[in-house]
Design a protein around this ligand. Structure first.
Ligand SMILES: [Cu+2]
Length: 280
């Protein structure tokens, strides 16, 4: 019944029994597998929205190391899986950090935060499982069955719950786009709307102009990935999520001057998702 009972006997193991026990499953090992499956799932979700070659490489690496841990379990497979999870997490960290510092309520940030937590837990568990496998005994008392199994189940449950809540929160934000703060506009704009198109991961216009006062910008997203329209006006920040394949009307009070707009999703601004709108 116990999945790591065999290594709990500790010093009683003979060398022969020890070698035989390397193939047995420990709680830390199951955490590695849970982390690997969740990370691959998140990667596939992100890849369905935008094709990111390094993410494909990491997904394949994680799928292989997770499968090895389940079907060809050895101490070294735990170590390799733990390192793969650590590398994936480290490569994602710069993008996730941007979302943590300035969340724009997009699913990239929600998934990224969960991916970061799962990746760290998985990497630590992989190294713990490796040490356990080499020494033939649980090194962390909390990982000793049945307490360790209970903890693993609880952690997995919390991670699934966090992912569910993040997904629901994202759906709610998407159903009511146009987040921002009060802009002092008390009448519908009388000037014609202007258009800003997002296509192939970039904005196609970088210089917009309109009359000062109430104005409308139609942000047209032709991509199969979400973007945002972010702008600062009179010291206030406005952020509009623009879902994939959709058009969002941004209605604001544009004070006279030149204002910078950009997409707040990590990596997009430097890819040309930035421009200036001049109100005169
Ligand atoms: Cu974008």
């Amino acid at each position: 019944m116990s999945i790591d009972g065999s290594v709990s006997r500790g010093g009683a193991d003979t060398a022969a029994a020890g070698r035989a026990a390397i193939g047995r499953r420990t709680t830390a090992m199951w955490l590695v597998v849970a982390a690997g499956v969740i990370e691959v799932g998140i990667n596939l979700k992100v890849l369905s929205e935008a094709f990111i070659p390094p993410l494909v490489v990491f997904s394949v690496l994680l799928a292989i190391t997770t499968a090895l841990t389940v079907f060809r379990h050895r101490a070294w497979t735990d170590l390799v899986a733990g390192i793969a999870l650590g590398l994936t997490t480290a490569s994602n960290a710069p993008f996730i950090a941007g979302g943590l510092i300035k969340p724009v309520a997009t699913n990239h940030e929600a998934y990224g935060i969960v991916a970061l937590g799962v990746g760290i837990v998985g990497a630590v568990a992989g190294i713990a499982a490796f040490v356990e496998g080499r020494r033939q005994a649980p090194q962390v008392p909390a990982f000793r069955a049945p307490l360790g199994e209970l903890l693993a189940i609880l952690v997995t449950g919390v991670l699934i719950g966090a992912f569910y809540i993040a997904t629901m929160a994202y759906a709610e934000v998407q159903s009511s786009p146009g987040a921002g703060v009060a802009n002092g506009l008390r009448a519908a704009p009388t000037q014609a709307p202007i258009e800003l198109t997002a296509e192939a991961g970039t904005f196609t216009q970088h210089d917009l102009s309109l009359k000062a006062g109430g104005g409308t910008v139609y942000v047209v997203n032709k991509d199969n990935a979400e973007h945002t329209f972010d702008i600062d006006l009179k010291g206030k920040h406005y952020s509009y999520p623009v879902p994939a394949n959709s058009t969002v009307a941004v209605v604001l009070n544009f004070d006279a001057g030149t204002h910078t707009y950009f997409c707040a999703i990590a990596g997009h601004r430097s890819n040309g998702m930035e421009g200036k709108v001049t109100a005169s």
